[in-house]
Design a binder for this molecule. Sequence first.
Ligand code: FFO
Ligand code: GTP
Ligand code: MG
Length: 464
Amino acid sequence: MDTIAAIATPIGSGGIGIIRISGSAAISIAYSIFRRTSSFAKLVNHESHRFYYGCIIEPGQDSIHEKNRIIDEVLIVFMEAPKTYTREDIVEIHAHSGTAVLKSILNIVIQQGARLANPGEFTYRAFLNGRIDLTQAEGVIDIINAKTDRAHQAAAAQLMGGMKLKIESIINSLLSILTQTEAGIDFPEDIGDEIDPDKVLELLTKSGIEPLKKMVHEYEQAHIIRDGLKVVIAGRPNAGKSSLMNRLLQKERSIVTSIPGTTRDLIEDSLVIKGVPIVLTDTAGLHNTDEPVEKIGIERAYRHIKEADLILFIIDASLEINETDINIYKTISHKPIILVMNKSDLIPDNSYHIPDYWQDLLWIKISALHNLEIDSLKEMIAQTAIKEAIEYESSLIPNIRHKQSIEKSLKSLIAAQQGIEMGMPFELINIDIQDSINHLGDVIGKTIREDILDHIFSNFCIGK
Ligand SMILES: Nc1nc2c(c(=O)[nH]1)N(C=O)[C@@H](CNc1ccc(C(=O)N[C@@H](CCC(=O)O)C(=O)O)cc1)CN2
Ligand SMILES: Nc1nc2c(ncn2[C@@H]2O[C@H](COP(=O)(O)OP(=O)(O)OP(=O)(O)O)[C@@H](O)[C@H]2O)c(=O)[nH]1
Ligand SMILES: [Mg+2]
C-alpha cells in the first residue's frame, strides 16, 4: 500500500501542529527531510517510539544549501510497524502550528513520495489491518464529535472495544449452537439423539434473542444522548419562530422581520440544555400558499417534522387561533409537542384561552421578543429528553447502523426459534442462525461491505 500523509491537527495558529505519515516509505521520507540541529547531520539510526529533536529542511544538493531552507524546528517520532495506529510504519512530525509551516512540511513530504491521505484513511487502515473493528472506528468519529459528558463517555466505551466485545460474544454463542447442531446433522448415528431442541431453544434465547433485544431497547432509550434530541420549531407565518430560535441559541442565527414568510429554508443549529445535546431547526411558516419558493420551504419543513423527536408548536397568542393553526396541529398531532404561546407581552395576564382540543398538550406562554419564560421552556425541553433517556445505566449506546443490523439479526433468530418450536430440521434452522450471525458480522465489519465503509469513513476529517 502507498504511503499517506496529512496534517492531523486543526488548521490555524496554535501551539503544536502534527503531520502524520503512514506506510512503508514513511521512515525513509522522514530521514530525508530531518536534520539534527546541532550538527545539521542526518540521523544514522533511531529507536522506535522515541522523540528526536531537530529541524525539517527542504532537501537540496548539499548541506550548505539545505541550511538555507530550514522550514521549522520540530520534534519527530518514528513508530515502527506493527505497534502503531495503522499497524504500518508511522512518523509524526510535531511542528509549530501555523498554516504556512504545516503546509510546507506536508508539501515536502509529498515531494518525497507520499500521497495526500483521504478523510479517515489512517483509521481506515487501522481497520483494514485488523487493529480495530468498525464499531471502534465509529467510536473515533464519535469521540471527536461528542459535545456532552455522556456522549463522550459512550464514545470512549465504544472506542475501547465495548461494543465489539458484546457483539463478538453473541456471535460466538451462536456459532457454538451451529457447531453442536451440525455435529448432530453430520453424524446422526453418533450423537443425533443428543440434539435436544429445548436446550438449543434455551441457548438461543438466553445468549442471542435476549441480549439483542436489550441492545435495541438501549438504542431507543439512549440514542438521544449520542445523536441529540431533534427539536423542530413549527407554526404559522410571523408567529415568532425565528425569534424563538435566536433566543434559545442566544445568537442571531435566523432572520427576523415583521414580514410574514421571512424564513424559507430550514435553519439548523445545536445547543446543550442541561447536558442534553439538542439539534434545533427553524422552519418556514406553514400555511397554504402558491408562492413557489415558500412552497418548497414548507415542503421541507413538513419532511423535517417527520424526523423530529419534539415539536415546538408556536402560535401568536395575541391573535385568534385560526384555521391555519388548527391545520398545522392536525399534521403534527402524532408527535410529542409543546404548545408555545408566544407574544405574551401583547396580552393582559389571564386572558389566555386554550381551546378544548389542546387542553391535554404541554403548554407554556413566553415572549421571544422580551425573553420571558425562555428558561422554563428550556426546562420543559430537557424534561422531554430525559424522559427519552431515563436512567440509562450502561455507558455503551448502539448507533442507528448497529440497531438496524441487530434488528435484522434478531428477526432471523426469531425465525429460528419458531422453526425449532415447530420441529423443523436443523438443516433449515441453521440457515436462519447463520443469517443472524452474518448481520452481526456487519456491525463489527467482519465482512467488508463497501457501501457501509464508504458511508462511515465519509464522516471523518482529513488526518484522522
Ligand atoms: N501524537 C498522537 N496522539 C494521539 C494519537 C496519535 O496518532 N498521535 N491518536 C490517534 O488517534 C490517539 C491515540 N490512539 C492510538 C491508538 C493506538 C496506537 C497504537 O500505536 N497502538 C498499537 C500499539 C499499542 C501499544 O504500544 O501497546 C497497537 O494497538 O498495536 C496509538 C495511538 C490520540 N492521541
Ligand atoms: N410583541 C412581540 N413580538 C414578537 C415576539 N416574538 C416575535 N415577535 C415579532 O414578530 C415578528 C415575526 O417574528 P419572526 O420571528 O420573524 O416570526 P417567524 O415565525 O419566524 O415568521 P416567518 O419566518 O415569516 O414564518 C417580528 O416582528 C418579531 O419581532 C414577542 O414575543 N412579542
Ligand atoms: Mg422565521
